[in-house]
Design a protein around this ligand. Structure first.
Ligand SMILES: Nc1ncnc2c1ncn2[C@@H]1O[C@H](COP(=O)(O)OP(=O)(O)OP(=O)(O)O)[C@@H](O)[C@H]1O
Ligand SMILES: [Mg+2]
Length: 342
């Protein structure tokens, strides 16, 4: 009998604080009951955890028990594996909440690779990323995060890569050429060769007029990414994915009919978000959280008021718009049910 999965997310954070710069590396471990990920994905063809040999102190950085990533036969996991094997790096593009971070953790787990994570939107300096002297004397040099990754291997995940500061991008570019190495000009020009299992994945939201605030990625980095994978919501607008309903029902522990309503509302909101009418489109995780509140006795409307409505925006006008969409879908579901009874 298959065990019911229970998700508990714990986050281990390492912080490097300097000059008001906060760099946080989060290593999320999503624990759940055992499932055989290896059987679901054929990553071994490209990357095999058995080939990896990372030291004891890096074992904690390899994600564990990541939930499966659902797609409709698009084989995203394998395609990322292929890109990493052939080119050592790739780019993921898609709106917020479409599972980009999730799949990177999953690939890291399946391939037995430690994760190094940077959000390029944060004010992180070249010193934090590449290294610095913390006192007088050569022995006082400490490697930054990217230098560490380059020496020791694993997946470097650069979120919001299009927000990367120019000075960071400039230093990173030579490293991304096929047999890249880095030169620590600050440290007597030490040359560090890219570890044979040092892979990089960058991710970002699509650049279009619909996504306010996004900007195109720097051209030099664009040229160095051979593979670009597009991500999108499982359900959007009138296009409803049965698997998403099933997942919301199972994880949120609510009946399928209610899960269907929640997914339909989510899909409408995502459409509005993509058209630029509201500032946020809900992820499947958000819909599951909403379902959990309903499983505890709240109505769909009450649950929405505690979750998606305030999550979308602080602006009362936008909140009203979200409420309006929720009510509209609820009404159409109700009238569909009545027609069924007749
Ligand atoms: N296809 C999918 N299969 C399983 N879970 C998914 C899928 N898509 C999204 N999720 C879930 O939705 C939530 C949001 O996903 P995630 O944080 O990976 O999105 P993202 O694309 O990285 O968003 P952002 O651009 O904001 O960083 C997570 O809880 C994730 O597990
Ligand atoms: Mg993400």
């Amino acid at each position: 009998m298959e065990q019911k999965s229970k998700l508990i997310t714990t986050t281990k954070r390492t912080r490097i604080n300097s000059n008001n710069v906060n760099l946080s590396i989060s290593i999320s471990k999503i624990r759940k009951s055992s499932h055989s990920l290896d059987k679901m994905y054929d990553l071994k063809k490209y990357m095999d955890a058995a080939d990896m040999n990372f030291p004891e102190d890096m074992q904690d950085m390899i994600p564990k028990d990541t939930p499966p990533f659902l797609d409709n036969g698009a084989h995203y996991v394998e395609r990322i594996g292929r890109a990493l094997k052939f080119f050592k790096q790739c780019a993921l593009i898609g709106p917020s909440g479409t599972g980009k971070t999730h799949i990177v953790y999953l690939v890291a787990e399946l391939a037995g690779l430690p994760m190094w994570e940077i959000n390029c939107g944060l004010a992180t300096s070249v010193f934090d990323l590449f290294g610095r002297y913390i006192g007088l004397g050569k022995e006082n040099w400490i490697d930054g995060l990217i230098t560490n990754w380059c020496r020791r291997g694993g997946i470097l995940y650069l979120d919001e890569a299009n927000m990367m500061k120019q000075d960071v991008a400039t230093k990173l570019n030579p490293l991304l050429d096929q047999r890249g190495h880095m030169v620590l000009t600050e440290k007597d020009s030490e040359i560090i060769h890219r570890h044979k299992h040092a892979y990089m994945i960058i991710s970002m939201n699509p650049v279009s007029s619909e996504f306010a605030g996004t900007k195109p990625i720097n051209a030099a980095m664009r040229r160095r990414m051979s593979v670009w994978l597009n991500f999108d919501y499982m359900s959007i607008g009138d296009n409803i994915d049965e698997k998403e309903i099933q997942m919301v029902s199972e994880k949120g522990e609510i009946p399928m009919v209610d899960a269907e309503t929640i997914v339909k509302i989510g899909s409408k909101l995502r459409q509005e978000y993509k058209m630029g009418d509201i500032p946020y489109g809900p992820s499947i995780g958000d819909l599951v959280n909403w379902a959990k509140i309903c499983a505890d006795g709240a109505s769909i409307l009450e649950g929405g008021d505690e979750t998606l409505v305030p999550m979308t925006s602080d602006d009362p006008e936008v909140q009203d718009e979200v409420r309006h969409i929720i009510k509209k879908v609820l009404e159409s579901q109700l009238s569909a049910k009545k027609t069924d009874v007749k």
